[in-house]
Write a protein of this length. Structure first.
Ligand code: SAM
Ligand code: SF4
Length: 472
């Protein structure tokens, strides 16, 4: 195979096909848009072309119909449950030069810091005392940080337990792509989801944004999820950085990536993230995104993703402010970070809690307790830290099969309620506890499976008597 042929073989993103889909979608009439919305409500997902039809629609009435369909799909699959996590930045040292990131190797104004074992444990202890059970570890990319070193940091996190119910039950990881052997090392220490965002699927733009370092290799990154799956990590998380290129192109690229992974490995991504470019120290482009996305467009992106990949978790971070987050929760988000700090060491030491040196600006600065109170009081959502499936081996393809049979509703809601109860007992402020207990009572009243309801009531009572970590 010549170099050009092998490149075409490995690059399964066919840009011409994507542009052709977009051009055709622009011509879709009202009837076609309505038909795609109707199809989405069957919860079987959408093709890239159908997705483009929705994204390119400009009729405000049909946009409203898109939002309504997304809300109903979200409710049918996920109910009113919302999974919570916190990011934990382990290092901001980075050898890459991503034009949009404050950790860019050329940024001489950023104080570089890598946590040692003791410092990682201190951070985890603080997060546990706030009530967190699920963390996303974040790393810059540097030759010093190989798979063995990353695995050790993960072991450090799992090793910390504190009083009450303090323990981290799932560690997800967002680090630079590794080789299959490296991913195997991470799999062996028990990582949850491996996350890696392609940023943009447009190759020329990708090259312009990533001028040096290992990340400049587009194909190495594009195949990261395949390598992770080969190593046994069957929960993988994909993403696009909105603001750097045409959002419709990048969503179609992302869906093409999902489909390819499903074809080759039997399972698509467990989660999708959609960071939107935020101001970052010394990044001109982060202050002036070349493709800014309005709040309406962003809401539509989330809604359309929910329709296109109905069973994939959609993750929203604290990059967005509290108001935007509220709106996005309604149209499809299923996982949310809260109380985040994006500088290594900033949870345990206030001197590192400096907005000027964070990786990017945080839009929602509320504490975990405040976010939870908002979720409960403003939305009636049940915050969940549930990790039962992963601990019972229900991951990857197995999880997706169960999800499609309504399993999420049957197990995830009661298990979510149990973790919420644990939070209320051990960590909530008085006000949050009051609002939370009321929500649990309401949920029990409307829960229509008598057998599981009895099990649930029993476990809730046992929790009041001091038992912890109970699930169905
Ligand atoms: N270094 C690893 C990598 O690049 O994959 C992982 C860590 S990196 C901090 C995680 C993600 O942060 C990137 O994939 C990118 O999408 C996002 N990011 C970087 N700069 C950002 C900015 N200015 N605003 C919003 N998100 C940003
Ligand atoms: Fe480094 Fe990741 Fe930031 Fe790029 S996005 S500079 S690789 S931390």
């Amino acid at each position: 195979m010549s170099h050009a042929e092998s490149d075409a073989y490995f690059n399964f993103i066919d840009e011409e096909v994507i542009w052709a889909d977009i051009a055709r979608a622009k011509k879709a009439d009202r009837a076609e848009v309505s038909a795609v919305i109707e199809k989405a409500t069957e919860k079987k997902g959408l093709t890239p072309y159908e997705t483009a039809v929705l994204l390119k629609n400009t009729d405000p009435e049909l946009d409203e119909a898109i939002f309504e369909a997304a809300i109903s799909i979200k409710k049918a699959i996920y109910g009113n449950r919302l999974v919570l996590f916190a990011p934990l930045y382990i290092t901001n040292e980075c050898a890459n030069q991503c034009a949009y990131c404050g950790f860019n190797a050329k940024n001489g104004d950023l104080d570089r810091r890598t946590l040692n074992n003791r410092e990682i444990q201190q951070e985890v202890a603080v997060l546990e005392k706030l009530g967190h059970k699920r963390l996303l570890l974040v790393y810059g990319e540097h030759p010093r940080f190989g798979a063995d070193w990353i695995a050790e940091t993960i072991r450090d996190v799992y090793s910390v337990t504190s009083d009450k119910s303090g323990e981290i039950r799932r560690v997800n990881v967002n680090c630079a792509p590794l080789d299959v052997e490296g991913f195997r090392t991470l799999h062996e220490v028990g990582i949850g989801t491996y996350q890696c965002f392609q940023e943009t699927y447009h190759r020329e733009t990708y090259s312009k944004l990533h001028l040096a370092g290992k990340k400049a290799d587009y194909l190495w990154r594009l195949h990261a999820m395949h390598r992770a799956q080969e190593a046994g990590i069957d929960d993988v998380g994909m993403g696009v950085l909105f603001g750097v290129f045409d959002p419709v192109f990048d969503i179609l690229g992302l869906l093409t990536h999902c489909n390819q992974l499903e074809r080759d490995c039997g399972v698509g991504p467990h989660t999708i993230s959609f960071p939107r470019l935020e101001p970052a120290l010394n990044s001109e482009m982060a202050y002036n995104p070349p493709y800014p996305t309005t709040n309406h467009e962003f809401k539509k992106i989330v809604a359309v993703l929910r329709m296109a990949v109905p069973y994939t978790g959609l993750i929203l971070t604290t990059r967005e402010n509290a108001e935007t987050r509220k709106e996005l929760l309604e149209v499809g988000v299923s996982q949310l970070s809260a109380g985040s700090r994006t500088y290594p060491g900033a949870y345990s030491d206030p001197k590192y809690d400096r907005p000027d040196v964070q990786q990017f600006c945080i839009g929602d600065n509320r504490s975990l307790d405040e976010v939870i109170r908002g979720i409960v009081s403003d939305h009636g959502y049940v915050p969940s830290w549930c990790t039962a499936c992963y601990r019972l081996g229900r991951t990857g393809e197995h999880f997706m099969e169960l999800a499609k049979t309504g399993f999420i509703q049957k197990f995830c809601l009661p298990n979510g309620l149990l973790t919420f109860k644990e939070y209320l007992e051990d960590y909530a402020s008085g006000e949050t506890k009051k609002a939370g207990e009321q929500l649990i009572r309401q949920e029990l009243e409307t829960y229509d499976d008598p057998k599981r309801r009895t099990l649930l009531v029993d476990r809730l009572a046992r929790m009041e008597n001091g038992e912890r970590d109970l699930y169905l």
